[in-house]
Each structure stands twice: as structure tokens, then as C-alpha cells.
Design a protein around this ligand. Sequence first.
Ligand SMILES: [Zn+2]
Ligand SMILES: [Zn+2]
Length: 369
Amino acid sequence: MARPDYYAILGVARSADESEIKRAYRRVALESHPDRFPDDDEAHERFREASEAYEVLSDPLKRARYDSSRLLPQGLDLTKPPTVATAREIFGNMFGDVFGNRRHKRRKGRDIRYTLTVTLADAVLGSSHTISFEGRGACEVCEGSGTEPGGREAVECPNCAGSGEVKTGGLFSRRSKCGRCDGLGMIQQDPCAACRGRGIIRSQRVFDVRLPPGTTAGTEKVLRGQGEPGRFGGEPGDLRITVNVKPHQWLERDGQNLVTKLPLPFTRAALGGKIPVPTIDGWVDMEVPAGVQSGAKLRLRGKGVPDSRGGRGDQYVELQIETPKQLDGTRTKELLLELDRAMQREPVLPGHRELLAALAAHDGRKHKN
Ligand SMILES: [Zn+2]
Ligand SMILES: [Zn+2]
């Protein structure tokens, strides 16, 4: 088989230097690039030939051997002629991705996102969970390759030369997904029967997730490689689990501490003593000093959020002293009237003597009317 005339293909003289050959190759390759002429076989061949010519003429050793072989009547097959796909690589490596095409061959699998909703106690104290969902996983028959076990490997799609996209129309036309390979750039010669060559099947996926003590809302746990499988040798995606924390009836988190707003009847506030308080570990008794005021913050040591060093934050209990909104029983009202009179005779609110005297005068006027 005679060697083609590489100088004629690139349109350069036999004496052309390296930069002349490079310029010529760029011109011919751009004028016949498969992205510009996706359906033109003649252009594909010109592009392929130009790349072959450049590969030989740009290498001084190959060029010398080629020049001498041209003198022989039969010629010598010095190099394996490149395919359109390798020609694209030669061109792309030199001049970059001039048409902005992406390569689709190796595809990383997509990440899977999952929201795990837990109670505040589960997040704060740490907990284990089993999550399950129907998702896309690697086909077990072909191990995600999409190729029937023992079958031939997937090959580059000849329609789009592996790009997954084809151009329609002229130079400034739109690119659209290649219909032959469905945009994957690869074609299965022996597709796996179980997954129809896709490498992916939907199945019930089950994972164990452990939350360490002190887990905060919005924490993302990443299980590497547990997302959707990659294709054609691409890496699998990740499983990304976001922790969502349900609001607690009593407790709110404030960094390493927990905060409770606790209502307390005004009588109990005046008397003081032990009152039950909800904590993340359950109810505990807390000592309230007699005469405690609304808004007072009391601390329960070590009832907060555990940290990684074995310590624990505190719980703050903010008291909201409550006054009854309505008095249902006559007994309660009688007692309150008695209490009211007692407080006027013997003022228990320091600094309020004048106010109480005014109140008594006001009550006196009311009784006269
Ligand atoms: Zn399969
Ligand atoms: Zn294709």
C-alpha cells in the first residue's frame, strides 16, 4: 500500500519547516473538522488524513523515514493511520477545544441527596439510623459496566466520534445530543441483558448512618462512592445525607448549650422550691429560689450538648412568671383577695409602699360609691 502524499495533503512544499507545517495543519483541520461537518464523510477523511500527515511531518525522525520510504516503489507502512477519534485528540491536544465540545466518555456518577430528619435528642446525644430509599445503583450482573459479562467492550460512537453531541447546520449552528449513543459518546456492542446496557438499575438501597453526639442541624454526611454509578470507567457519585432536626417542644439549641423557656405560676415563683424541668435526658427537679423574678435565667450544669472531648454544655432555664388570665374557682378568687389585703397591710414589694397606699385610697373611694 503506497503512502499518501502528506505534503500535498497539507498543501506545503517538501522543504516546509516546522511552523509552516503546523500552520498548514491547523488550516486544513479547521476546514474539515467533524464538529463543523458532522455528517460529511469526505470532510472526516480529510481531517483524519491531515492529522496523520501532521503526526508524521511534525516529528523529524518520522519525517525522515517517511521521506526515504517515498523513494521506494511500494512504500513502507510506518505508522498506523489514526482514526477520526484519535485525529480529534491530536488536534485537540495542539489547539485545544476550539469548538467547545465536551468529552462524554468517562462519566462520573451523579450524587444522591437524602434528608435525614431526627429529633433534637438524637442529634444532641448521638444516634444510629437505618435509611432506605429506591435509587439508581450499579447493575450487579455487569458491575455497572453495561456490558454483558464476557462480551465485547463498549466502543466510541462513530456518529459523534465520542463527543455525545452533533452539530446541525453551519459553523454557528446549535449542538444537539447524538441520537445514536443518546449523548453518551459510547455504544455497547454486547449490552447487558439485566440493565439493557445502561449499567444502572433501580433498587431498594439501605444504609446505616451514625450521628455522633453534638450533631448540628444542616450537617452533611458524605458516603463516598455510594451515589449513582459512573459510566464507562467513570467514578461513582456520592451519597450526601443532610441532617434535619425537628423542633423540640421545650428545648432550643444555642451552640453547646440548651435553652428552655419555662412558665411558672406567680405563687410558685414567690414561694420557691423544687420544680420539674424538661431536659434532653428527661425531666429533672430544679431548685428555684423564693421570690424569683420573671426573666430570671437559671443554669442546669452539664445538661447541654456533649462535645468531642467528653465535656458537656449547660442548660439555661428562663423563667416566665405567669399570672392567671381568668379565675375559674371562687375559692381561688377569695384566696387572692385575702392575699391582696395581706400584701397591703404588710407590703412585701419593697419600694412600693406609696403605690400600695394609693391603691388602698382608690379602693376606699370605690367602696363609698
Ligand atoms: Zn447490567
Ligand atoms: Zn454518538
